[in-house]
Ligand binder design. Structure first.
Ligand code: NI
Length: 188
């Protein structure tokens, strides 16, 4: 299908609540889903929600093969969620760094539930779901937030932990002793 342009933070559509996909709409989902997959691939994204391409429906896609934007994330199978719901399975929140194709060039430290149960429909209208943790749980929570008009910067607790990727990389490299050792060794 087509690579669509991705709405960026500031566009009011990203702060809107998306509509449930009705039973009779499932026949028309194929084009939307293909557009979302094409757009996510082209942008090297780990996930994408329909409102990010201006379609205010509760559809999200995600998956990670080996993603240069998330080198430590491991693999997550390519999944399409229609009308997803989340139930937290832990009370405590875990903080980790997130980015978003609608907030390009930035990263922020975001608290999320460490383990969740999710349920949704697949593009064929069949029920799917499971229990996931770690980055997988984080991606689903991030994408479901998009369907409720929430972007990750709205969840950052300390705005000192929000910044440009390039600046944050410099900071974290300097704080890793191993990196300094390697650098010194390579000078010799
Ligand atoms: Ni996002």
């Amino acid at each position: 299908m087509a690579v669509k342009s991705i709405l960026r933070m500031g566009d009011p559509r990203l702060f809107s609540v998306s509509e449930l996909v009705a039973q009779e709409e499932f026949d028309t989902l194929d084009d939307l889903i293909q557009d979302m997959l094409d757009t996510m691939d082209a942008a090297n994204g780990a996930g994408l929600a329909a409102p990010q391409i201006g379609v205010m429906k509760r559809v999200a896609v995600y998956g990670i093969d080996i993603n240069p934007r998330y080198p430590d994330a491991g693999q997550i199978p390519l999944t399409v969620l229609v009308n997803p719901k989340i139930t937290p399975l832990t009370e405590e929140l875990e903080s980790d760094w997130e980015g978003c194709l609608s907030v390009p060039g930035m990263r922020g430290l975001v608290p999320r539930f460490g383990r969740i149960r999710y349920s949704a429909l697949n593009p064929q209208g069949e029920e799917i779901g499971g229990e996931v943790d770690g980055f997988h749980a984080r991606v689903i929570q991030h994408e479901c937030d998009h369907l409720d008009g929430v972007l990750y910067p709205m969840r950052i607790e300390d705005m000192q932990n929000f910044g440009f990727e390039q600046e944050l990389m410099v900071q974290s490299f300097e704080s890793i002793p191993k990196y300094q050792e390697i650098e010194e060794a390579s000078i010799q």
